[in-house]
Design a protein around this ligand. Structure first.
Ligand code: TYD
Ligand code: MG
Length: 454
């Protein structure tokens, strides 16, 4: 039988019948590649009538002890993992090349090894000498981590089976090569096969496996999204190259909350954990200036204050620019439309820029009101009060909706020396001592109270 080739997207793994320029699965351009089909067994045969074994079923109420967890002592990492490392789990750490994944995992490996967990670090990208050199620079040379530079998956699995570590780190999944799959390392089928083998190995042998996955912008090698569904936990390591802040974000976690973030700072001696991110994100804030608003947000289980910066300038273009860094562009368009339709404040003919300071990416709808405050402050050229935080969701009708965890947000603001807050009326709030709360009923009320007539 002639082997038919199939096509799949190297960004998301979606299968396609023929080559196209754009993947309809994830919208990425130029990521469709031709692949040898995965062996799915002979398709024409059904399971047949041969009987299998009956599976023992149990009910939901069956008592089971929670999985034992190992803490590495880096609070930012332990929290993002959902309270430590769970045995027999597979974790994917994705991120842009050069963002610091290998640095993070080498530091984590050293920490876990020092707690007594047997740890193996397999690098498919760097020679052992290179990893050793980095460890020396990070002051980790004496940590009891076992190293290997290898890409052959069969050899790696055999070694892990013999050594029985508690934790194995595979850096990176795109360099792994499974000899039963007939395509190049880094291709969709290789990455999938390697991740599948490693994940099922982790389950069978009760070891934790952390895989590194490079995020790629073109279709040359498959990105980490191809394997997201197989693993238990997906963490993304993000940050701007120019900034020293790095954020480890849980986007999927079978053993803890998703959306949890850990904040790190890249220093000359590796990654240092940042235990008070609000202070860090606000540290670059000078005297109050027009266009700046402080948003009291929640990232995972923790309140985080961050500065939003807006610039509104008259546009020389027929189509004014709308540029957003760290927030959703569609959401910005919505806020501008609501301000225009419900409050009569037009932004036509004006360029609008919005930036979340510190390289943080915000996805909470509760940022709406803070964005509106920054935009209005920039447009009116009037600074907001210096010690005031803002949060709340804006609906299309111009009504304001209270945000979740109002009290936690207010407490964090109070802790950092803020004395006032603007948040929608309704919802549950305790009063927080030392904080004056303004509670506008709708967006028009907010504009009136904060910027006079608007
Ligand atoms: P690396 O961990 O190799 O990135 P990745 O594995 O995600 O590709 O990190 C590379 C960058 O980190 C490199 O540009 C230098 C920087 N770095 C520091 O600033 N300080 C350090 O102590 C280390 C080890 C790296
Ligand atoms: Mg690396």
């Amino acid at each position: 039988m002639a082997k038919t080739k199939s096509f799949s997207c190297s960004a998301c793994g979606a299968a396609h019948a023929r080559w196209t320029g754009r993947c309809d699965g994830c919208g990425a351009w130029n990521t469709i590649v031709q692949e040898a089909p995965l062996s799915a067994g002979p398709a024409s045969k059904s399971l047949g009538t041969r009987r299998g074994q009956a599976i023992a079923l149990s009910d939901l109420a069956t008592e089971e002890a929670p999985p034992p967890r190992t803490l590495c002592g880096v609070a930012e990492l332990d929290r993002v993992l959902g309270g430590g490392l769970v045995p027999a789990s597979a974790i994917l750490v994705g991120g842009d090349p050069g963002i610091g994944k290998s640095t993070l995992l080498l530091q984590a490996a050293a920490r876990f090894a020092r707690t007594g967990l047997k740890t193996i670090y397999v690098s498919g990208e760097e020679a052992s000498a290179q990893v050793r050199m980095r460890a020396r620079r990070l002051g980790l040379a004496d940590a009891p981590v076992q190293l290997a530079a290898e890409t052959n998956l069969r050899d790696i699995l055999t070694t892990l089976e013999a050594e029985k570590p508690g934790l194995a780190i595979i850096d990176s999944i795109q360099t792994m090569w499974a000899d039963n799959v007939d395509s190049a390392p880094g291709s969709v089928s290789q990455v999938r096969a390697a991740a599948h083998e490693l994940t099922s190995f982790a389950k069978r042998h009760g070891i934790s496996i952390i895989m590194v996955g490079h995020v790629t912008k073109d279709g040359q090698i498959a990105g980490p999204r191809v394997v997201e569904h197989m693993v238990d936990t997906v963490l993304y390591f993000e940050g701007e190259r120019g900034h020293q802040f790095r954020i480890l974000r849980a986007v999927k976690n079978r053993f803890g909350p998703a959306d949890e973030i850990g904040v790190f700072e890249m220093t000359g001696a590796g990654l240092a954990e940042v235990t008070n991110p609000s202070a860090l994100f606000l540290s670059e804030r000078g005297t109050p200036s027009p266009g700046s608003a402080v948003f009291a947000g929640i990232e995972g289980t923790r309140p985080v204050l961050v500065e939003l910066q807006a610039l509104v300038a008259s546009s020389p273009h027929s189509q004014p620019r709308r540029t957003v860094v760290g927030w959703d562009g569609g959401r910005l368009a919505m806020i501008l439309a609501v301000l225009e339709a419900r409050c009569g404040i037009p932004f036509a003919g004006l360029d609008v820029y919005l930036n979340v300071a510190g390289g943080l990416k915000i996805s909470e709808p509760a940022a709406d009101l803070a964005v509106a405050a920054a935009l209005l402050s920039a447009r009116e050229d009037a600074a907001l009060p210096a010690d005031c935080v803002v949060f709340g969701e804006i609906s299309l009708s111009g009504a304001l909706r209270p945000a979740s965890q109002t009290e936690n947000r207010l407490k964090e603001a109070q802790k950092l020396g803020f004395t006032a807050a603007i948040a929608p009326a309704g919802g549950k709030t305790g009063t927080v001592a030392g904080l004056t709360l303004t509670r506008p009923g709708d967006l028009t009320g907010f504009v009136g109270e904060t910027f006079g007539a608007g």
